[in-house]
Design a protein around this ligand. Structure first.
Ligand code: ATP
Ligand code: FE
Length: 332
C-alpha cells in the first residue's frame, strides 16, 4: 500500500510480507494469500494515511493491481480499491503488475528517460522490453520456460535454503569459489533475445547429485560453490542479452526491475559491462525491486493524470500479456 503525490512524490509506502505464512509450505498457497490480504489491507490503508498525515478524503484516485496473478488475491485488492473509490467519489484504475515493476525505477531521484530497454526479472517473468513511453511497450524477448527468479527459487529448494530462495542463494554465493564449477550460459550462442533457464536448473540438480555422492555428502562449501556457479551463469546470460538488446534497438539506456534486479552481482555486472560502452544502467531501490505498493501507486498516478479510468466492466485477470497494454486511454 502506498500514497503517491504527482507534485511531492512518494508520501508513504507500507508492506505486509506474507513470507512467514508461505515459508512453511515452501511457496505461495493461493487461498492463504487471499485470506491474509483480507485481514491486512484495511490496517495498511490506515497506516499509509497516518504516515502521510492525510485523510481518506485527501485521496484523488485509487489504483490497484488488476493482474496478472492469483485471482483470489487480485480480487481482494480490486474489490477494496474500487469500493473505496466509489465511497469517496474518486476514480479507480486497475494496473498491470508488470507495468508497476517496469515503472518502479522512475521513483528514483534521477529517473531514466525513455526510450530505453527494460529487463524485467522477477518470480514469474524474464523479459526484455523496448519502452518508448507510458504504455508503449514492445516485447523483444522472454524466457521460453522458467523465469530467472523461479530458477533462483528452485535452486534454493535443491540446496535446502528455504523460501524465498533468491536472496538466500545470493547470500550463499558470496562465500562461493567462482573458479570451482563452470555452469552453462543458456542460449547465448544462438541469435535472438529469448532466454531459457530450465537446462541450467537441470545442470544444477545433476551437479548437486554428483557432489552429494561423495562420502562426506554435500558440504556447506559445495553448496556455496554451486550457488556461486549458478548465480554467475544467470548473471552472465542476462548481461549478454541486455547488451544485445541495446545494440539491436540502438539505445543506450538499460532499466531493470523485478525481484531479481535486487541481486547485487547482477547490478554490478551490468554496470561494469555496459558502463564503459557509454550505456547507462538504472535500477530501483532494493525495496522497490520486489512486489510493493509504491510501483502501483506511481503507475496509477501516471495513467490517471492522463485521464484513464476504470470502466464498469473492468475486471481482474489471471493472465494478461503486457503487450496488450496501450498508452493511457481517455475513456471516462
Ligand atoms: P512476477 O512479478 O513475475 O509476477 P513475483 O511478483 O512473485 O513474480 P517479485 O516479487 O517481483 O516476483 O520477485 C520475487 C523473485 O525475486 C523471487 O523469485 C526471488 O527469489 C527473487 N529475488 C529476490 N531477491 C533476489 C536476489 N537478491 N537475487 C536473486 N533473486 C532475488
Ligand atoms: Fe512481482
Amino acid at each position: 500500500m502506498a500514497i503517491y503525490d504527482t507534485a511531492r512524490g512518494l508520501l508513504a509506502d507500507a508492506l505486509f510480507s506474507q513470507v512467514a505464512i508461505h515459508a512453511e509450505y515452501g511457496g505461495v498457497v493461493p487461498e492463504l494469500a487471499s485470506r491474509d490480504h483480507i485481514r491486512k489491507t484495511l490496517p495498511l490503508v490506515d497506516k499509509v494515511l497516518a504516515e502521510a498525515e492525510l485523510l481518506k478524503t485527501d485521496i484523488d484516485g485509487i489504483a490497484y493491481t488488476a493482474g496478472p496473478g492469483l485471482v483470489g488475491a487480485l480480487m481482494v485488492g480490486a474489490t477494496l480499491g474500487r469500493s473505496m473509490a466509489r465511497g469517496l467519489g474518486v476514480p479507480s484504475l486497475g494496473i498491470h503488475h508488470m507495468e508497476g515493476h517496469l515503472l518502479a525505477p522512475m521513483l528514483a531521484d534521477e529517473p531514466p528517460q525513455w526510450p530505453f530497454v527494460a529487463l524485467l526479472v522477477s518470480g514469474g517473468h524474464t523479459q526484455l522490453v523496448r519502452v518508448d513511453g507510458l504504455g508503449r511497450y514492445k516485447l523483444l524477448g522472454e524466457s521460453l520456460d522458467d523465469a530467472a527468479g523461479e530458477a533462483f527459487d528452485k535452486t534454493a529448494k535443491m540446496l535446502e535454503l528455504g523460501y524465498p530462495g533468491g536472496p538466500a542463494v545470493a547470500a550463499l554465493a558470496e562465500q562461493g569459489n567462482p573458479a570451482r564449477f563452470d555452469f552453462p550460459r543458456p542460449m547465448v550462442k544462438r541469435p535472438g533475445l529469448d532466454f531459457s533457464f530450465s537446462g541450467l536448473k537441470t545442470h544444477t540438480r545433476t551437479t548437486i547429485a554428483a557432489e552429494g555422492k561423495k562420502p562426506q555428502g554435500l558440504t556447506d562449501i559445495d553448496k556455496a560453490d554451486i550457488a556461486r556457479a549458478f548465480e554467475s551463469a544467470v548473471v552472465d546470460t542476462l548481461v549478454i542479452k541486455c547488451r544485445r538488446a541495446l545494440k539491436q534497438e540502438g539505445l543506450r539506456t538499460l532499466v531493470m526491475a523485478g525481484g531479481v534486479s535486487a541481486n547485487k552481482r547482477l547490478r554490478a555486472a551490468l554496470t561494469e559491462k555496459l558502463g564503459p560502452e557509454g550505456m547507462g544502467v538504472y535500477y530501483p531501490a532494493p525495496s522497490l525491486c520486489t512486489d510493493n505498493g509504491a510501483m502501483i501507486a506511481y503507475a496509477g498516478a501516471q495513467r490517471m493524470v492522463a485521464g484513464e479510468r476504470d470502466t464498469d466492466d473492468t475486471d481482474v485477470r489471471a493472465r494478461w500479456p503486457m503487450t496488450e497494454l496501450a498508452p493511457p486511454s481517455q475513456a471516462a
